[in-house]
Design a protein around this ligand. Structure first.
Ligand code: NAD
Length: 497
């Protein structure tokens, strides 16, 4: 069987553990990925430490040129990358292209790195004294990424980190590791020196080796919340800078004055697109008022019935299979939990079978009504094509739901009332808000990050927050001798009065 190897500059052993990489459309293992060890990481670290100083000393416009070249190469290889991504993840080809494109937008941001790395300067902060600051790279940094965006999320991290002058070690998801490998190869082809970007595969053993490694200065993580919290704690304990993004349960609030046809259109894509395997999916819809709930439900059912589930390469399919058999079983167990908890199962996606692909990991679209905040199936992330309707009596009730939820990644409100939208955006206890926008993923030059258990740490991904995360500030206070020294020593804290 095909082996997916690390991208490490130096020799690593070829024995050791491996993990199956599945074809979610066919339901069979198609390759095996190596699960690396501390020893593999040590080889990568030696190369990274050797390469990083020269890369940091390369002037920023030259570093940016590598990003420009990489962007062109990814665009040239878009079809191949999208097919590879879909073949391991299961999302449809158009969606895979979106995954790659959203990552490329961070690379475009990184092309402007000479501008954003400029420091601050104050002339004459005191008599003959100037103060300036500079942003310097941290050294060797690492990223640990989830399965659901195998192109975008690695690029969120390495695009900014490498442009800032760091060397980067990427530990992608072991479930769909091939696109990260190709991206590293394309960076090399774009002119990135050996050792500046390496890919180490693995599971908890490799993650722990990264978290404990004394020479890795920062770790950026995206994945589920319990693991994000663990990574945050262990990394901080080892003295590192850590940002760790976690799970989500995003709500869409539907006000009585919303354009319901638009809402249903938006919800179909946001709840079921990518089989619901998006941290910015909208798996909870909250109609405000009984009449809104009735009208929304009436329009939602035919829209869900019209959804087409198919193989990733089917251009007419709205979404494909989920990533693994284990994930499919988990989603179906949440559907059963919802039934057991007393929610009304309106559309049941269990037992879905696609002719000719009976072993594929498909889950049909599922709709629950009369879900309540007390239900565990509401409180936890399902990460599948399951939409839960929670009815609210008033704007205040609706506002409370996402605000009180353990997750606070994204939220959306659908309304024609500017005042209600403004009030909602100001008061909701969630990090990213959409107003009549179902998936409010900020563009690359803004920053991405949720609140509460959706993110541990204090800087967001990409944009200026990403630059801050991957650099440290040095501030210089300078005075040049002018021959007028008084010989007096100051024994109080110096001021510039
Ligand atoms: P996951 O937590 O299972 O895996 C994420 C990474 O952690 C992988 O690289 C994996 O190898 C590693 N890992 C897995 N188990 C580990 C363990 N016990 N110890 C240490 N490391 C371990 O997440 P996933 O299933 O790949 O991705 C889906 C999750 O990611 C969802 O919860 C989703 O909401 C979340 N997500 C969040 C964001 C965000 O920005 N907030 C974005 C995308 C995905």
């Amino acid at each position: 069987m095909r082996i997916i190897d690390h991208v490490i500059s130096g020799h690593v052993g070829d024995g050791g553990r491996t993990s199956d990489v599945f074809d979610p459309n066919g339901g069979t293992a198609q390759a095996q990925v190596r699960l690396g060890t501390q020893a593999d990481l040590d080889v990568a670290m030696a190369a990274a430490l050797a390469a990083q100083p020269a890369w940091a000393a390369t002037n920023p416009q030259r570093r940016a040129r590598v990003m420009f070249a990489f962007k062109t190469l990814v665009e040239q290889n878009m079809d191949e990358l999208a097919h590879l991504l879909s073949s391991e993840h299961g999302k449809v080809i158009a969606d895979s292209k979106g995954d790659i494109q959203r990552g490329l937008e961070v690379i475009e941001f990184a092309c402007g790195i000479p501008h954003v790395l400029k420091g601050e300067y104050t002339q004459g902060a005191g008599p003959g004294i100037d103060v300036y600051s500079m942003r310097q790279p941290l050294g060797v940094v690492a990223g640990i990424t989830p399965f659901n965006f195998p192109a975008m999320i690695p690029m969120w991290m390495f695009g900014v980190a490498i442009a800032c002058g760091n060397a980067f070690i990427l530990k992608p998801s072991e479930r769909d590791p091939s696109v990260p490998v190709r991206l590293a190869e394309l960076m090399r082809e774009a002119g990135l020196p050996d050792g500046v970007l390496q890919v180490v595969h693995g599971d908890k053993e490799m993650v722990d080796a990264i978290l404990d490694h004394p020479e890795i200065r920062a770790v950026s993580f995206v994945g589920s919340s319990d693991i994000a919290h663990y990574v945050y704690r262990r990394g901080v304990e080892a003295g590192k800078r850590v940002q760790a993004m976690g799970g989500a349960k995003n709500h869409g609030i539907v006000m009585p004055d919303a354009d319901l046809d638009q809402v249903v259109n938006d919800l179909a894509g946001a709840a079921f697109g990518s089989a619901g395997e998006r941290c910015m999916a909208l798996p909870v819809v909250v109609p405000v008022g009984e009449a809104t709930a009735i009208a929304l439900r009436e329009k939602l059912i035919p829209a869900i019935d019209a959804l087409r589930v198919g193989v990733s390469t089917d251009a007419d399919a709205h979404y494909g299979p989920v990533v693994t058999a284990a994930h499919k079983a988990k989603i179906e167990s949440y559907i059963q939990m919802g039934v057991d908890e007393g929610a009304e199962l309106v559309v049941d996606g269990r037992g879905f079978s696609l002719q000719g692909h009976e072993q594929g990991f498909f889950v049909g679209p599922t709709l629950f009504d009369r879900v309540t905040p007390q239900m565990r199936s509401y409180q936890e992330e399902i990460f599948g094509p399951v939409l839960q309707m929670v009815r609210a009596d008033s704007f205040e009730d609706a506002l409370r739901l996402p605000s009180d939820h353990q997750y606070g990644n994204g939220v959306a409100i659908f309304t024609r009332n500017g005042h209600a939208a403004r009030e909602f955006a100001a008061r909701v206890n969630v990090g990213m808000v959409g107003i009549n926008v179902p998936i409010p993923v900020p563009v690359a030059y803004h920053t991405f990050g949720g609140w509460k258990r959706s993110a541990f740490g204090d800087t967001n991904q990409h944009g200026m927050e990403g630059v801050k995360f991957f650099t440290k500030v040095k501030t210089v206070t300078q005075r040049w001798p002018d021959g007028g020294a008084t010989g007096d020593s100051a024994f109080v804290i110096p001021t510039m009065g």
